[in-house]
Design a protein around this ligand. Sequence first.
Ligand code: KIV
Ligand code: ZN
Length: 398
Amino acid sequence: MTIIHPNFGTMDASRVIIFDTTLRDGEQSPGFSMNLDEKLRMAETLAELGVDVLEAGFPVASPGDFEAVNRIAQSIKGPVICGLARSGVADITRAGEAIRPAERKRIHTFISTSPLHMKYKLRMEPDAVLEAVIASVTLARNFTDDVEWSAEDGTRTDMEFLLRCVEAAIKAGATTINIPDTVGYAVPEDMTRIFTTVREKVPGADQIILSSHCHNDLGLAVANTLAGVRAGARQIECTINGIGERAGNASLEEVVMAIRTRPDANPYHHNIETTRILRTSKLLATITGFDVQPNKAIVGRNAFAHESGIHQDGMLKNAATYEIMTPESVGWQKTSLVMGKHSGRAAFRDKLSLLGYGDIGDNALNDAFRRFKDLADRKKIVYDEDIVALVDDEVTRG
Ligand code: KIV
Ligand code: ZN
Protein backbone atom coordinates (compact mmCIF):
# COMPACT_ATOMS: atom_id res chain seq x y z
CA MET A 1 0.00 0.00 0.00
CA THR A 2 1.37 3.45 -0.91
CA ILE A 3 1.72 5.97 1.90
CA ILE A 4 0.16 9.38 1.23
CA HIS A 5 1.46 11.70 3.91
CA PRO A 6 -0.18 15.10 4.65
CA ASN A 7 3.12 16.96 4.37
CA PHE A 8 5.18 14.71 2.09
CA GLY A 9 2.50 13.50 -0.33
CA THR A 10 2.94 10.15 -2.04
CA MET A 11 5.95 8.46 -0.50
CA ASP A 12 8.45 6.63 -2.65
CA ALA A 13 9.12 3.28 -0.92
CA SER A 14 12.85 3.89 -0.53
CA ARG A 15 12.64 7.51 0.64
CA VAL A 16 13.75 8.07 4.23
CA ILE A 17 12.60 11.19 6.09
CA ILE A 18 15.32 12.83 8.17
CA PHE A 19 13.78 14.18 11.38
CA ASP A 20 16.27 16.38 13.18
CA THR A 21 15.84 16.78 16.93
CA THR A 22 19.05 18.69 17.73
CA LEU A 23 16.99 21.60 19.05
CA ARG A 24 14.78 19.39 21.23
CA ASP A 25 16.28 16.04 22.34
CA GLY A 26 19.79 17.37 21.61
CA GLU A 27 19.20 20.49 23.65
CA GLN A 28 18.01 18.33 26.56
CA SER A 29 21.57 17.17 27.28
CA PRO A 30 23.21 18.94 30.22
CA GLY A 31 25.06 22.09 29.23
CA PHE A 32 23.70 22.16 25.66
CA SER A 33 20.85 24.65 26.01
CA MET A 34 20.72 27.39 23.39
CA ASN A 35 19.22 30.87 23.43
CA LEU A 36 16.72 32.17 20.89
CA ASP A 37 19.24 33.62 18.45
CA GLU A 38 21.36 30.49 18.60
CA LYS A 39 18.33 28.30 17.94
CA LEU A 40 17.33 30.45 14.98
CA ARG A 41 20.84 30.23 13.49
CA MET A 42 20.90 26.47 13.98
CA ALA A 43 17.41 26.11 12.48
CA GLU A 44 18.43 28.07 9.39
CA THR A 45 21.53 25.93 8.94
CA LEU A 46 19.54 22.71 9.44
CA ALA A 47 17.07 23.86 6.79
CA GLU A 48 19.97 24.50 4.39
CA LEU A 49 21.32 21.05 5.22
CA GLY A 50 18.02 19.65 3.93
CA VAL A 51 16.41 18.08 7.00
CA ASP A 52 12.80 17.10 6.31
CA VAL A 53 11.40 17.68 9.79
CA LEU A 54 12.86 20.09 12.31
CA GLU A 55 11.80 19.40 15.89
CA ALA A 56 12.25 22.90 17.22
CA GLY A 57 11.52 22.35 20.91
CA PHE A 58 9.04 21.50 23.64
CA PRO A 59 6.76 24.58 23.76
CA VAL A 60 5.14 23.91 27.14
CA ALA A 61 8.55 23.53 28.82
CA SER A 62 9.18 27.28 29.19
CA PRO A 63 8.18 30.63 27.65
CA GLY A 64 11.62 30.67 25.99
CA ASP A 65 11.05 27.30 24.37
CA PHE A 66 7.60 28.40 23.18
CA GLU A 67 9.07 31.54 21.65
CA ALA A 68 11.87 29.63 19.94
CA VAL A 69 9.46 27.16 18.33
CA ASN A 70 7.10 29.97 17.36
CA ARG A 71 9.86 32.14 15.80
CA ILE A 72 11.26 29.15 13.92
CA ALA A 73 7.73 28.39 12.68
CA GLN A 74 7.45 32.00 11.44
CA SER A 75 10.78 32.29 9.71
CA ILE A 76 12.25 28.94 8.65
CA LYS A 77 11.08 27.71 5.26
CA GLY A 78 11.59 24.22 3.90
CA PRO A 79 11.35 21.65 6.68
CA VAL A 80 8.16 20.67 8.48
CA ILE A 81 8.34 22.47 11.84
CA CYS A 82 7.50 20.23 14.77
CA GLY A 83 6.73 20.87 18.44
CA LEU A 84 6.80 18.20 21.14
CA ALA A 85 3.96 17.64 23.61
CA ARG A 86 3.10 15.13 26.32
CA SER A 87 -0.44 13.77 26.18
CA GLY A 88 -2.16 16.49 28.23
CA VAL A 89 -4.39 19.24 26.88
CA ALA A 90 -2.06 22.08 28.00
CA ASP A 91 0.95 20.56 26.26
CA ILE A 92 -0.84 19.91 23.00
CA THR A 93 -2.58 23.28 22.91
CA ARG A 94 0.71 25.09 23.56
CA ALA A 95 2.49 23.07 20.86
CA GLY A 96 -0.36 23.79 18.44
CA GLU A 97 -0.11 27.54 19.12
CA ALA A 98 3.68 27.55 18.78
CA ILE A 99 3.76 25.87 15.37
CA ARG A 100 0.74 27.72 13.96
CA PRO A 101 2.69 30.15 11.68
CA ALA A 102 4.61 27.37 9.92
CA GLU A 103 3.76 26.57 6.29
CA ARG A 104 4.10 22.88 7.07
CA LYS A 105 3.68 21.81 10.69
CA ARG A 106 3.61 18.78 12.96
CA ILE A 107 2.71 18.00 16.56
CA HIS A 108 4.72 15.18 18.12
CA THR A 109 2.91 13.78 21.13
CA PHE A 110 4.12 10.96 23.35
CA ILE A 111 3.39 8.88 26.41
CA SER A 112 5.29 6.07 28.10
CA THR A 113 4.08 2.55 27.41
CA SER A 114 6.56 0.28 29.21
CA PRO A 115 5.48 -1.44 32.45
CA LEU A 116 8.28 0.31 34.35
CA HIS A 117 7.38 3.80 33.16
CA MET A 118 3.61 3.31 33.52
CA LYS A 119 3.96 2.02 37.07
CA TYR A 120 6.65 4.29 38.53
CA LYS A 121 6.71 7.40 36.36
CA LEU A 122 3.14 7.87 35.19
CA ARG A 123 1.43 5.88 37.97
CA MET A 124 -1.20 4.97 35.40
CA GLU A 125 -2.88 1.69 34.49
CA PRO A 126 -2.40 0.49 30.89
CA ASP A 127 -6.05 1.15 30.01
CA ALA A 128 -5.71 4.79 31.11
CA VAL A 129 -2.57 5.11 29.01
CA LEU A 130 -4.45 3.73 26.03
CA GLU A 131 -7.21 6.31 26.55
CA ALA A 132 -4.59 9.06 26.76
CA VAL A 133 -3.11 7.91 23.44
CA ILE A 134 -6.48 8.26 21.73
CA ALA A 135 -7.36 11.58 23.38
CA SER A 136 -3.95 13.16 22.69
CA VAL A 137 -3.78 12.21 19.02
CA THR A 138 -7.41 13.27 18.49
CA LEU A 139 -6.76 16.67 20.09
CA ALA A 140 -3.51 17.18 18.15
CA ARG A 141 -5.34 16.56 14.87
CA ASN A 142 -7.35 19.74 15.55
CA PHE A 143 -4.15 21.75 15.02
CA THR A 144 -2.59 19.89 12.08
CA ASP A 145 -3.11 16.84 9.89
CA ASP A 146 0.49 15.82 10.50
CA VAL A 147 0.57 14.16 13.93
CA GLU A 148 3.34 11.94 15.22
CA TRP A 149 2.75 9.67 18.17
CA SER A 150 5.60 8.12 20.17
CA ALA A 151 5.55 5.19 22.59
CA GLU A 152 8.15 6.38 25.07
CA ASP A 153 10.36 3.48 26.22
CA GLY A 154 8.82 1.59 23.31
CA THR A 155 11.60 -1.00 23.04
CA ARG A 156 10.95 -2.13 26.64
CA THR A 157 7.19 -2.25 26.16
CA ASP A 158 5.19 -5.46 26.24
CA MET A 159 4.60 -6.29 22.56
CA GLU A 160 0.88 -6.94 22.85
CA PHE A 161 0.29 -3.61 24.59
CA LEU A 162 2.53 -1.79 22.14
CA LEU A 163 0.48 -3.16 19.23
CA ARG A 164 -2.78 -2.02 20.89
CA CYS A 165 -1.39 1.50 21.45
CA VAL A 166 -0.04 1.79 17.90
CA GLU A 167 -3.35 0.64 16.44
CA ALA A 168 -5.28 3.11 18.62
CA ALA A 169 -2.96 5.99 17.65
CA ILE A 170 -3.37 5.23 13.94
CA LYS A 171 -7.16 5.02 14.27
CA ALA A 172 -7.17 8.38 16.10
CA GLY A 173 -5.31 9.97 13.19
CA ALA A 174 -1.54 9.69 13.78
CA THR A 175 0.35 9.82 10.48
CA THR A 176 3.75 8.89 11.93
CA ILE A 177 4.33 6.29 14.62
CA ASN A 178 7.64 6.45 16.46
CA ILE A 179 8.94 3.59 18.57
CA PRO A 180 11.84 5.05 20.52
CA ASP A 181 14.64 3.18 22.19
CA THR A 182 14.44 5.79 24.93
CA VAL A 183 17.14 4.35 27.18
CA GLY A 184 19.43 2.92 24.51
CA TYR A 185 18.79 -0.65 25.67
CA ALA A 186 17.96 -2.32 22.36
CA VAL A 187 20.23 -4.33 20.09
CA PRO A 188 19.63 -4.32 16.31
CA GLU A 189 17.72 -7.64 16.45
CA ASP A 190 15.17 -6.03 18.82
CA MET A 191 14.58 -3.24 16.33
CA THR A 192 14.07 -5.75 13.51
CA ARG A 193 11.60 -7.77 15.58
CA ILE A 194 9.62 -4.75 16.82
CA PHE A 195 9.22 -2.98 13.47
CA THR A 196 8.50 -6.22 11.61
CA THR A 197 5.82 -7.21 14.15
CA VAL A 198 4.17 -3.77 14.04
CA ARG A 199 4.05 -3.88 10.25
CA GLU A 200 2.66 -7.41 10.18
CA LYS A 201 0.13 -7.14 12.98
CA VAL A 202 -1.25 -3.59 13.11
CA PRO A 203 -4.05 -2.77 10.67
CA GLY A 204 -3.23 0.47 8.86
CA ALA A 205 0.51 0.33 9.66
CA ASP A 206 1.24 0.21 5.93
CA GLN A 207 -0.46 3.60 5.46
CA ILE A 208 1.57 5.60 7.95
CA ILE A 209 5.27 6.30 8.42
CA LEU A 210 7.11 4.30 11.05
CA SER A 211 9.96 6.07 12.78
CA SER A 212 13.16 4.96 14.49
CA HIS A 213 14.49 7.08 17.42
CA CYS A 214 17.50 5.60 19.19
CA HIS A 215 19.67 6.62 22.10
CA ASN A 216 23.31 5.72 22.38
CA ASP A 217 23.75 4.31 25.90
CA LEU A 218 25.38 1.15 24.52
CA GLY A 219 26.92 2.90 21.51
CA LEU A 220 24.35 1.21 19.25
CA ALA A 221 22.14 4.15 18.28
CA VAL A 222 23.17 4.29 14.62
CA ALA A 223 23.16 0.50 14.14
CA ASN A 224 19.75 0.25 15.82
CA THR A 225 18.34 3.12 13.75
CA LEU A 226 19.42 1.46 10.52
CA ALA A 227 18.06 -1.91 11.67
CA GLY A 228 14.72 -0.16 12.20
CA VAL A 229 14.85 1.24 8.67
CA ARG A 230 15.68 -2.17 7.19
CA ALA A 231 12.61 -3.51 8.99
CA GLY A 232 10.35 -0.85 7.47
CA ALA A 233 10.84 2.45 9.33
CA ARG A 234 10.95 5.37 6.89
CA GLN A 235 11.74 8.17 9.30
CA ILE A 236 15.03 8.54 11.17
CA GLU A 237 15.18 10.73 14.27
CA CYS A 238 18.68 12.02 14.88
CA THR A 239 20.82 14.95 16.00
CA ILE A 240 23.89 16.76 14.74
CA ASN A 241 27.05 15.42 16.40
CA GLY A 242 24.82 12.83 18.11
CA ILE A 243 24.05 15.18 21.00
CA GLY A 244 21.17 14.23 23.28
CA GLU A 245 20.12 12.88 26.66
CA ARG A 246 22.91 10.96 28.48
CA ALA A 247 25.10 9.30 25.81
CA GLY A 248 23.18 11.08 23.06
CA ASN A 249 20.99 10.23 20.09
CA ALA A 250 21.77 8.62 16.75
CA SER A 251 24.04 11.03 14.92
CA LEU A 252 22.60 12.56 11.76
CA GLU A 253 25.92 12.64 9.95
CA GLU A 254 26.58 8.96 10.67
CA VAL A 255 23.20 7.58 9.57
CA VAL A 256 23.12 9.78 6.50
CA MET A 257 26.62 8.77 5.39
CA ALA A 258 25.99 5.10 6.18
CA ILE A 259 23.11 5.28 3.72
CA ARG A 260 25.14 7.21 1.13
CA THR A 261 28.27 5.08 1.43
CA ARG A 262 26.66 1.63 1.65
CA PRO A 263 23.67 1.65 -0.73
CA ASP A 264 24.06 -2.12 -1.05
CA ALA A 265 23.21 -2.57 2.65
CA ASN A 266 21.00 0.54 2.94
CA PRO A 267 19.13 1.01 -0.35
CA TYR A 268 17.38 4.24 0.66
CA HIS A 269 17.60 7.88 -0.28
CA HIS A 270 17.32 11.13 1.64
CA ASN A 271 17.47 14.84 0.87
CA ILE A 272 20.51 15.80 2.93
CA GLU A 273 23.08 17.98 1.16
CA THR A 274 26.01 16.11 2.64
CA THR A 275 28.62 18.74 1.71
CA ARG A 276 27.00 20.99 4.34
CA ILE A 277 27.46 18.47 7.17
CA LEU A 278 30.76 19.78 8.51
CA ARG A 279 29.72 23.42 8.70
CA THR A 280 26.51 22.42 10.53
CA SER A 281 28.50 20.33 12.99
CA LYS A 282 30.96 23.18 13.56
CA LEU A 283 28.22 25.74 14.08
CA LEU A 284 26.66 23.54 16.76
CA ALA A 285 30.03 23.06 18.46
CA THR A 286 30.65 26.82 18.44
CA ILE A 287 27.21 27.63 19.79
CA THR A 288 27.25 25.03 22.57
CA GLY A 289 30.95 25.29 23.37
CA PHE A 290 31.32 21.51 23.08
CA ASP A 291 33.75 20.23 20.46
CA VAL A 292 33.29 16.74 19.09
CA GLN A 293 35.99 14.23 20.03
CA PRO A 294 38.83 13.98 17.46
CA ASN A 295 37.93 10.42 16.45
CA LYS A 296 34.20 11.17 15.92
CA ALA A 297 33.06 9.59 12.64
CA ILE A 298 32.58 12.04 9.74
CA VAL A 299 33.08 15.31 11.65
CA GLY A 300 35.95 14.64 14.10
CA ARG A 301 39.24 16.34 13.28
CA ASN A 302 40.89 12.92 12.72
CA ALA A 303 38.07 11.47 10.59
CA PHE A 304 40.10 12.07 7.41
CA ALA A 305 43.60 12.38 8.91
CA HIS A 306 46.34 9.79 8.45
CA GLU A 307 49.58 9.56 10.38
CA SER A 308 50.95 6.07 9.92
CA GLY A 309 53.57 5.63 7.19
CA ILE A 310 51.81 2.63 5.67
CA HIS A 311 48.50 4.48 5.46
CA GLN A 312 50.06 7.68 4.17
CA ASP A 313 51.90 5.74 1.48
CA GLY A 314 48.63 4.05 0.44
CA MET A 315 46.78 7.38 0.45
CA LEU A 316 49.38 8.99 -1.79
CA LYS A 317 48.94 6.15 -4.29
CA ASN A 318 45.13 5.95 -4.14
CA ALA A 319 42.90 7.60 -1.52
CA ALA A 320 40.40 4.72 -1.68
CA THR A 321 42.97 2.53 0.08
CA TYR A 322 42.12 4.10 3.43
CA GLU A 323 39.09 6.35 2.87
CA ILE A 324 35.57 5.00 2.29
CA MET A 325 34.12 8.39 1.38
CA THR A 326 35.77 11.58 0.22
CA PRO A 327 36.35 14.33 2.80
CA GLU A 328 34.87 16.81 0.29
CA SER A 329 31.57 14.86 0.25
CA VAL A 330 30.91 15.90 3.86
CA GLY A 331 32.43 19.36 3.68
CA TRP A 332 36.10 18.92 4.57
CA GLN A 333 38.49 20.59 2.17
CA LYS A 334 40.82 17.62 1.87
CA THR A 335 42.46 14.66 3.53
CA SER A 336 45.25 15.58 5.91
CA LEU A 337 48.45 13.65 6.19
CA VAL A 338 49.54 14.43 9.73
CA MET A 339 53.27 14.33 10.27
CA GLY A 340 54.24 12.35 13.36
CA LYS A 341 56.50 9.54 14.45
CA HIS A 342 54.54 6.99 12.40
CA SER A 343 54.91 8.90 9.14
CA GLY A 344 57.08 7.44 6.42
CA ARG A 345 59.54 8.77 3.85
CA ALA A 346 56.90 8.94 1.08
CA ALA A 347 54.70 11.28 3.12
CA PHE A 348 57.74 13.32 4.16
CA ARG A 349 58.78 13.78 0.54
CA ASP A 350 55.19 14.70 -0.38
CA LYS A 351 55.05 17.23 2.48
CA LEU A 352 58.27 18.85 1.27
CA SER A 353 56.85 19.25 -2.19
CA LEU A 354 53.61 20.75 -0.74
CA LEU A 355 55.77 23.18 1.25
CA GLY A 356 57.39 24.34 -1.96
CA TYR A 357 60.70 22.47 -1.83
CA GLY A 358 61.93 21.11 -5.13
CA ASP A 359 64.39 18.25 -5.22
CA ILE A 360 66.75 18.83 -2.28
CA GLY A 361 68.87 15.81 -3.15
CA ASP A 362 68.89 12.36 -1.60
CA ASN A 363 71.48 13.11 1.07
CA ALA A 364 69.68 16.19 2.39
CA LEU A 365 66.36 14.34 2.23
CA ASN A 366 67.72 11.39 4.20
CA ASP A 367 69.30 13.60 6.84
CA ALA A 368 66.21 15.78 7.14
CA PHE A 369 64.00 12.68 7.42
CA ARG A 370 66.22 11.26 10.21
CA ARG A 371 66.08 14.55 12.13
CA PHE A 372 62.31 14.73 11.55
CA LYS A 373 61.95 11.26 13.14
CA ASP A 374 64.04 12.34 16.14
CA LEU A 375 61.85 15.39 16.52
CA ALA A 376 58.66 13.33 16.11
CA ASP A 377 59.75 11.14 19.02
CA ARG A 378 59.78 14.24 21.19
CA LYS A 379 56.66 16.02 19.83
CA LYS A 380 53.20 14.49 19.30
CA ILE A 381 52.64 16.40 16.05
CA VAL A 382 55.31 17.93 13.88
CA TYR A 383 53.97 21.11 12.31
CA ASP A 384 54.83 22.49 8.88
CA GLU A 385 56.94 25.24 10.52
CA ASP A 386 59.06 22.56 12.27
CA ILE A 387 59.69 20.84 8.96
CA VAL A 388 60.53 24.09 7.21
CA ALA A 389 63.06 24.95 9.95
CA LEU A 390 64.57 21.51 9.81
CA VAL A 391 64.91 21.36 6.01
CA ASP A 392 66.23 24.93 5.70
CA ASP A 393 68.85 24.08 8.28
CA GLU A 394 69.78 20.89 6.40
CA VAL A 395 69.99 22.64 3.03
CA THR A 396 72.13 25.51 4.43
CA ARG A 397 74.44 23.07 6.25
CA GLY A 398 74.67 20.69 3.30
O1 KIV B 1 13.69 9.15 23.69
C1 KIV B 1 12.46 9.35 23.69
O2 KIV B 1 11.65 8.49 24.02
C2 KIV B 1 12.00 10.67 23.29
C3 KIV B 1 10.53 10.83 23.09
C4 KIV B 1 10.01 12.11 23.58
C5 KIV B 1 10.22 10.61 21.64
O3 KIV B 1 12.80 11.55 23.05
ZN1 ZN C 1 14.83 10.70 22.79
